[in-house]
Design a protein around this ligand. Structure first.
Ligand code: CUA
Length: 367
């Protein structure tokens, strides 16, 4: 190994001089200590600017965020960039000091000396307590103002009741008498979503809209959104809610006002003027059975619960009925009890339950 000292390294003795700078004064001529300090500051500023610009470019040029498809998303992204900017500045500061220190104050290989003893610096401590306090306050005040503003909904708006359950979403339009498995909205129309849950805590999230809200059993939460772009967007559950959490997906379909009207008419016709579904296949989809069970006839391939094509083949109506209203009565090997909702007896009318049982018998007969 070469014995040449690293030119970037200073001995611990030199370090002491730099650190003790204010008390060292050389009479006459240029002050060498202040020269060293000025050079150090310039180098640190350079490192800081380089690292800051570097991460700023990575933050700005890489498309981290999905499309912005709601009015609220614009303001939420502004808060996001405000926080990101603060982070970049702090990162640059920390990078400048630590990279400079790493290069400059590294002990020479033959220097067994301890580092300079440093005691507390009251001024410094006040500064590094005050600055974060100011920043955190600024972030909370700004986010609070944005939240107040986006939750303030126009008088003319649509209301949709969002119901979450393991592991499906359903959307009810109280003024239209429609219940849908997809959230269908008209572009540029403000919407208030009223969220509730039938079992555990779920959370409604459409990344493109940036807004997110929990659905909690027993209380009603709300979310305001004005979609500004057409399209289907994914609806995700973002609260771990059980085995089928990852499959708890739906779709938010944003249509032009004309297409939305057409959709409403079609739904009303399909529901026969707003009554409860009576076709077994429709109930299978509406109650979210398809989000957990595979059933070839319904086109579902979910694997949270047993494959109905297999477990119902050759079974009679009593077995099917009991499996729906008392799911724990008999648990298929390899599956957990208490995963399937136990309230279908209460949720479905006798007529609906009969239709569902009949449908399941029909659909699994061939298999
Ligand atoms: Cu519902 Cu996760």
């Amino acid at each position: 190994m070469s014995k040449t000292p690293n030119p970037l390294c200073v001995s611990h003795a030199e370090q002491r001089i730099v650190l003790a700078a204010p008390s060292v004064r050389v009479r006459g001529g240029p002050d060498p200590v202040s020269l060293v300090r000025r050079r150090a500051i310039i180098q640190m500023v350079l490192i800081g600017v380089l690292s800051g610009v570097g991460v700023a470019l990575i933050a700005y040029l890489v498309p981290w965020l999905p499309d912005r498809a709601s009015k609220e998303a614009v303001q939420i992204d502004r808060v996001f960039w405000f926080v990101t900017f603060i982070c970049i500045v702090i990162f640059a500061l920390v990078a400048a000091v630590s990279i400079y220190a790493g290069l400059k104050f590294r002990a020479a290989p033959d220097d067994p000396d301890d580092g300079a003893p440093i005691h507390g610096h009251t001024g410094l401590e006040i500064v590094w307590t005050a600055i974060p306090a100011i920043l955190v306050t600024a972030i909370s005040v700004y986010s609070g103002l944005v939240l107040l503003d986006i939750e303030n909904i126009a008088k003319e708006h649509r209301t949709v009741e969002v119901t979450a359950q393991q592991f499906a979403w359903s959307f009810t339009y109280p003024d239209l008498g429609i219940t849908s498995q997809e959230l269908v909205l008209a572009k540029d129309e403000p919407v208030e979503l009223k969220l509730s849950s039938k079992d555990v805590i779920h959370a409604f999230w459409v990344p493109e809209w940036r807004v997110k809200q929990d659905a909690v059993p027993g209380i009603e939460t709300r979310l305001v959104v004005t979609p500004t772009q057409l399209g289907p967007f994914p609806v995700r559950c973002t609260e771990l809610c059980g085995l089928g959490h990852a499959t708890m997906l739906s779709r938010a379909l944003v249509l032009s006002p004309e297409d939305f009207e057409k959709w409403v008419q079609k739904q009303k016709q399909a529901a026969g003027g707003g009554g409860a579904a009576t076709s077994g296949k429709q109930i299978f989809g509406e109650q979210g059975c398809d989000t957990c069970h595979t059933l070839a006839d319904a086109g579902s391939t979910a694997q949270v619960g047993p494959d109905l094509d297999k477990v119902l083949a050759g079974k009679d109506a009593n077995f099917v009925r009991e499996s729906i209203i008392d799911p724990n009565a008999e648990i298929e090997e390899g599956y957990q009890p208490d995963l399937m909702p136990k309230d279908f007896d209460a949720k479905l009318s006798d007529e609906q339950l009969d239709a569902l049982v009949e449908y399941l018998l029909e659909a699994t007969k061939a298999g």
